[in-house]
Write a protein that binds this ligand. Structure first.
Ligand code: PRT
Ligand code: ZN
Length: 285
């Protein structure tokens, strides 16, 4: 049977998390020594291990049917490919940063300045859109030291927690894009492989939904049930069961990670007690 080839990063920040999402989708990998290729024992899939920068091109050429890569790397290549799914991990942003002491007033600050980066194409597009003429100095790696050693006036680089900028005496002044790992599809994928891709995508979405949601159980006074239910939509609607204690009910539902703390706050305000929050293993719509 035909196998779907997926390219992932050989060794780096995306490697482990890319393998995790694939194995959480119930796909077992054998000979996972990450030499060049590994196979699955229970799904028609082959993993190709590559440098992340090469993944978009391999997918575009059809050497790989799909690939997992940071959106920042994908955008930088300028290659046009379909993003099948945003995978929610390895989140970061690409930002412009200037020395802490610089009196930054807005993007015009960069006019006539020298900016060091490993992402010249994304930066060029940003500057052109705003009509800013700056000099782009391309360096691969350790971009954050460029201002300190007098190589550049500013940098454009990946930021996650921001602590690398702080420890190099820099401040983030403009965020140009957000990034996360994305699943790219090849335009050259053979027809018979699209069936496998559809199955894989269904499984990945099941894993992502489970990661993004929590199962919640709580006790609610009956006279507050209506209010409590109104903030707990659940998958269809919450389950409500009577407690042995008169006047109280148990409510079960699903809460999205993004709304989580806001929902918990409201539940407490409405008199919910004994709130339990449980991770979801798989979530199928
Ligand atoms: O060898 P190969 O070419 O395959 O790998 P690579 O060295 O090019 O990439 P790698 O493994 O370092 O990163 C892969 C991808 O991870 C990036 O393209 C991003 O999409 C994503 N990612 C997420 C990050 C970060 N977070 C991140 N924090 N990549 C790099 N960083 C760097 C950042 O540049 C900073 O210098 O980590 C440092 C710490 O960041 P702070 O802000 O938390 O201090
Ligand atoms: Zn790279």
């Amino acid at each position: 049977m035909e196998k779907l080839k997926i390219a992932i990063q050989k060794s780096g920040r995306l490697s482990e998390k890319s393998l995790d999402i694939i194995t959480e989708a119930g796909i077992n990998l054998i000979n996972g020594s990450r030499k060049l290729i590994s196979q699955s024992s229970n799904f028609p899939l082959e993993i190709l291990y590559l440098r992340d920068d090469d993944i978009p091109q391999y997918v575009a050429d059809g050497v790989a049917d799909a690939g997992i890569v940071g959106e920042n790397v994908f955008m930088e290549t300028g290659i046009e490919l379909e993003i099948l799914e945003r995978l929610g991990f390895s989140r970061c942003r690409l930002s412009l940063a200037v020395p802490k002491s610089g009196n930054y007033s807005g993007p015009d600050y960069f006019s006539g300045k020298k900016i060091a980066t490993s992402y010249p194409n994304i930066l060029k597009t940003y500057l052109q859109k705003r009509g800013i003429k700056a000099e782009i100095h391309v360096i691969n790696g350790s971009v954050e030291i460029a201002t300190g050693i007098g190589l550049a006036d500013a940098i454009f680089d990946i930021v996650s927690s921001g602590s690398t900028l702080i420890s190099n005496g820099l401040k983030e002044v403009e965020k140009i894009m957000d990034s996360e790992a994305v699943l790219l599809a090849s335009p050259l994928m053979e027809k018979n492989k699209t069936v496998i891709m559809t199955d894989l995508l269904f499984r990945l979405r099941t894993v992502l939904a489970a990661r993004n949601n929590k199962y919640i159980l709580l006790n609610a006074p009956d006279d507050k049930l209506e209010q409590i239910i109104s903030i707990l939509p659940g998958m269809k609607s919450p389950t409500v069961l009577p407690l042995a204690l008169k006047g109280w009910s148990s409510v079960h539902s699903v809460v999205n990670e993004n709304d989580f703390w806001q929902v918990i706050g409201k539940l407490r305000e409405y008199g919910a007690e004994g709130i339990l929050v449980i991770p979801i293993e798989k979530m199928i719509f």
